[in-house]
Ligand binder design. Structure first.
Ligand code: SF4
Ligand code: SF4
Length: 369
């Protein structure tokens, strides 16, 4: 079966604004017509870590909220708490960060409800026939929804290569224990010959796993949770993401969690990728760097795996931004994020989906003007 992916680009005009085009894409999908009055509809998004200004404008979620309300249903915004400390580590801080970043009842028209509770302990195990994961630990506030709309900012990710719908489902729907399970074997390594002892990684590590010895960083792997913050913090390419099997295992676990979410919701879920402000790092990072390529547009569909493939293919052909620190590496001939993060095999996600779960990744783009 060829998956139909809706797409609308960034060109807009009076009478055909980006808001109107985004809404048109939702309406033409037909998904919103299937929503019944009274249903609780989760909008799974990312409100951005404190210090990051690259997250999606709250008005995208407002438009989705309005379309859900038209059907008499009850939308709410949701996300899970983070494994690391920061502005979203517990339900209280997470709600405050959401409000500070504009995800308020007044702006969006729906409440923000942390999906795994105040301390990130609320989860249910969902079976999945993965190589590594047999029971995905998914947040109760997500599983209890009648339907779910995944609103994803498509951008890079230092450990997964890229962050799209798959990442939003997998890490984004997992409780803290589920995040730990996915992260636990993908740990970075220090290349001592490149380390200048600047301590940026030491300051960035959320769990105190790094110590400085002889002006070089040393990781205590008993403490390290494999979050990758130190990799992004290092300006000297001394802190390197896990290679080979470790990184492959991380991406396979992420894929298995995403497949668990997809199997659980089936046709009750809808997926939107916004390929705008395509930063090299994810929105969990408390800073947003110059985008690596120009804005591309919005994608939507019911198969999140084909959706990510379609988005990545199109984003990889976009024009590079010359002020990006990654510009010298970008040739436009490969998967964009394989060029940004050469040590991460980001295509392995699709290969694993096809090989292990027999997922159909073929797609056809239907353009909305
Ligand atoms: S990956 Fe790096 S920042 Fe994260 S816990 Fe391990 S050492 Fe600390
Ligand atoms: S950030 Fe990089 S260069 Fe600086 S101490 Fe850590 S590993 Fe070494």
């Amino acid at each position: 079966m060829i998956n139909s992916i809706l797409f609308t680009d960034m060109q807009a005009d009076y009478g055909n604004s980006l808001e109107q085009k985004f809404r048109k894409m939702l309406v033409k999908s037909g998904y919103f017509e299937t929503i019944r009055p009274g249903e609780l509809v989760a909008i799974k998004l990312h409100v951005g870590e404190r210090g990051n200004l690259g997250y999606l404008n709250p008005n995208y979620s407002r438009i989705i909220v309005e379309e859900i309300r038209k059907r008499g249903a009850k939308p709410y915004l949701t996300d899970t708490n983070t494994l690391y400390s920061g502005g979203r580590h517990n339900g209280v801080d997470h709600s405050l960060t959401a409000a500070q970043h504009g995800f308020t009842l007044g702006t969006v028209g729906a409440p923000f409800i942390p999906a795994d509770g105040v301390r990130g302990l609320d989860y249910t195990e969902v079976p999945v026939a993965g190589t590594h994961v047999k029971k995905a630990k998914l947040a109760g506030g997500i599983l209890q929804a009648d339907r779910i709309v995944f609103l994803t900012h498509f951008k890079g990710h230092m450990e997964a290569g890229f962050g799209g719908a798959i990442k939003n489902m997998a890490m984004g729907c997992a409780s803290i224990a589920g995040k730990q399970e996915q992260h636990s074997s993908g740990k970075p390594k220090v290349q001592l010959s490149s380390c200048v002892g600047c301590r940026q990684c030491y300051n960035a590590c959320p769990v105190g796993a790094i110590t400085m010895k002889d002006h070089r960083a040393v990781i205590d792997y008993e403490i390290c949770i494999g979050c990758g913050q130190c990799v992004a913090a290092c300006n000297y390419e001394a802190m390197q993401a896990g290679f080979g099997e470790e990184n492959d295992v991380f991406n396979q676990k992420v894929t298995e969690y995403a497949f668990a979410v997809h199997s659980y919701f089936g046709d009750k879920a809808f997926y939107i990728n916004c390929a705008v402000n395509i930063t090299p790092d994810c929105d969990c990072w408390p800073a947003n760097d110059v985008p690596v390529v120009e804005d591309v547009g919005f994608f939507a569909g019911t198969n999140p795996f084909a959706l990510d493939k379609a988005t990545l293919d199109k984003v990889s052909k976009a024009r590079a931004v010359h002020t990006s620190r990654h510009f010298p590496k970008l040739t436009g001939t490969h998967n964009l994020f394989q060029e940004v993060y050469p040590e991460v095999q980001s295509d392995s996600t699709f290969e694993y989906l096809f090989r292990h779960f027999d997922v159909d990744l073929e797609y056809q783009i239907r353009t909305i003007t």
